[in-house]
Design a binder for this molecule. Structure first.
Ligand code: AHR
Length: 512
């Protein structure tokens, strides 16, 4: 009721800047579920300059590198605590033949990247380069196998090549290519978007192919694969239903792709030029992911009430028109404070459903869609989305604390409603409580009462991400325009905290 009344007032007359109030109730004495660090997963595809130029420049490059990986990017990703990285696609995965990407670089055949701009791929970044990168970052690899245009034998041999101990034919080949020890590969995707770029299949046919291909993805020498079926896009609930029925517990997980695009303008919309209405609509569309995952999970619950099959949102994020002047098909886009909100609101939602959602992978890690990092020659910028992931990484593997938010809602077109405040909280292994709060309002401050049930706070400190304008971004000329700063507007009260959240800001607090 309060929401409705406040919203009516809010929608009728909008002062230039005012103050709203909200209450966040955090059950600090509860919490039984861990937020898997894999919720903070990344996705690296052979698409545009994500791999070449973004992650990899090669050992002979004048750009400072560590064994061919950009040193600046490597260091930035270490600070991010990347838990898992999906590769080599995306759509690219179903045209990728892994044997082209091993052995001496000069012998590796070239191919045309048909999905992404027809760029010639020289295969200089292959299995060794990817898995060694994961080792350097201390993250789990998530390999997407080729079902669309690859054979069962090819997929089976890839698993053997990566994970079998000395002596097997593929382990011998691996040794010839300079690597004796197998890598640890847990996550293995059996195809990608098999309903579309991965083979234009019907769910019944894909289910049969999944059963066939996955049979030959063996567990070698104690390496236990977590096999992931290529799941639905957005609202395709039938795809999930058919796979749950026909594949069932032969899969450890099923994926889901959900992108936030501007659905009503005829194009995806510009990354940097948008109206206030576009902004709020975007947040409504982003928040709709909650309804979408709930419906997919309800179907999964019918077939798998014990929740043994995970839902993995292995592609999500904003998808805008390509940056003018960039190579068509390379999906390069800028990243503003608006994208940062899509990240914070989506992560807040994922935290609530980790009884089923065990991994998510934002698309993509560098130079494509909602990236963490943008590079140009030897320059690198960290995007507002990077900063959200960095501020939020305190929640990785922490205990989720249930929380309720009471706040004003903004009504936007297409019957979407956006709560002006979003929140999430967790307790880490040292007993520290971390609270992330987003005030999405473009002009109004939020006075937030945070009730901490079962906890008397002794100290609070925090960091804030905001900027003058919602369309501010970090460019190669102004790389530090949007970046976190110390936050001083949280004080301890009898019931918990009182926090003054500036308009369009994201804050993470640490309470001891
Ligand atoms: O992330 C870009 C593309 O989006 C991926 O390659 C594909 O899986 C999806 O359609």
């Amino acid at each position: 009721m309060k929401n409705a009344i406040l919203c009516a007032a809010f929608c009728l007359s909008l002062p230039l800047s005012a103050q709203q109030t909200a209450t966040v109730n955090i059950h600090a004495d509860q919490g039984s579920r861990i937020i898997p660090k894999e919720i903070y997963g990344q996705f690296a595809e052979h698409l545009g300059t994500c791999i070449y130029g973004g992650l990899w420049v090669g050992e002979d490059s004048p750009i400072p590198n560590t064994q061919g990986y950009r040193t600046d990017v490597l260091e930035a990703l270490k600070r991010l605590k990347v838990p898992v990285m999906r590769w080599p696609g995306g759509c690219f995965a179903d045209e990728y033949h892994w044997m082209d990407g091993i052995g001496p670089k000069e012998n590796r055949p070239r191919m045309v990247n048909n999905n992404w701009g027809g760029t010639v791929e020289d295969n200089s970044f292959g299995t060794h380069e990817f898995l060694n990168l994961c080792e350097l970052l201390g993250c789990e690899p998530y390999i997407s196998g080729n079902v669309g245009s690859g054979s069962v034998e090819e997929m089976a041999k890839w698993v053997e090549y990566m994970t079998s101990e000395q002596g097997s034919p593929m382990a011998k080949l691996r040794l010839e290519n300079g690597r004796e020890k197998p890598w640890k590969v847990k996550y293995f995707g059996v195809g990608n978007e098999s309903w579309g770029c991965g083979g234009s299949m019907r769910p019944e046919y894909y289910s049969d192919l999944y059963r066939r291909y996955s049979t030959y993805c063996r567990n070698y020498n104690g390496n236990q694969l977590f096999k992931i079926a290529s799941g639905a896009s957005d609202y395709d609930y039938n795809w999930t239903e058919v796979l749950m029925r026909n594949i069932g517990h032969r899969m450890d997980g099923i994926s889901l792709h959900y992108y936030t695009v501007l659905g009503w303008t005829g194009s995806k919309g510009s990354a940097t030029q948008f109206s206030d209405e576009d902004y709020y609509w975007t947040l409504g569309k982003c928040r709709e992911i909650e309804e979408v995952v709930k419906r997919h999970m309800a179907i999964m619950d019918r077939f798998d009430p014990k929740k043994q099959i995970a839902l993995l949102v292995d592609e999500w994020g904003t998808w805008w028109d390509e940056e003018p002047g960039t190579v068509p098909g390379h999906l390069y886009q800028q990243n503003t404070l608006r994208d940062a909100f899509v990240a914070s609101l989506t992560l807040d939602i994922f935290h609530q459903y980790t009884d089923r959602i065990k991994m998510t992978n934002i698309a993509q890690i560098a130079n494509v869609l909602q990236s963490m990092i943008l590079t140009r020659d030897d320059k690198m910028v960290l995007t507002p989305t990077y900063h959200v992931f960095e501020m939020y990484n305190v929640h990785q593997d922490a205990t989720y604390l249930p929380a309720e938010v009471e706040c004003t809602y903004k009504e936007v077109r297409d019957r979407r409603r956006v709560p002006l405040v979003s929140a999430t909280a967790s307790r880490d292994q040292e007993g520290r409580i971390h609270i992330s709060l987003s005030n999405v309002h473009l002009t109004d401050t939020e006075e937030v009462t945070v009730r901490l049930e079962g906890l008397k706070a002794k100290s609070v400190e925090g960091r804030i991400l905001t900027s003058e304008r919602i369309d501010d971004y970090n460019s190669f000329d102004q790389p530090a325009r949007v970046q976190p700063k110390a936050f001083k507007d949280a004080r301890i009260t009898n019931e918990g905290l009182r926090v003054k959240l500036p308009a369009k800001s994201i804050v993470t607090l640490e309470v001891k």
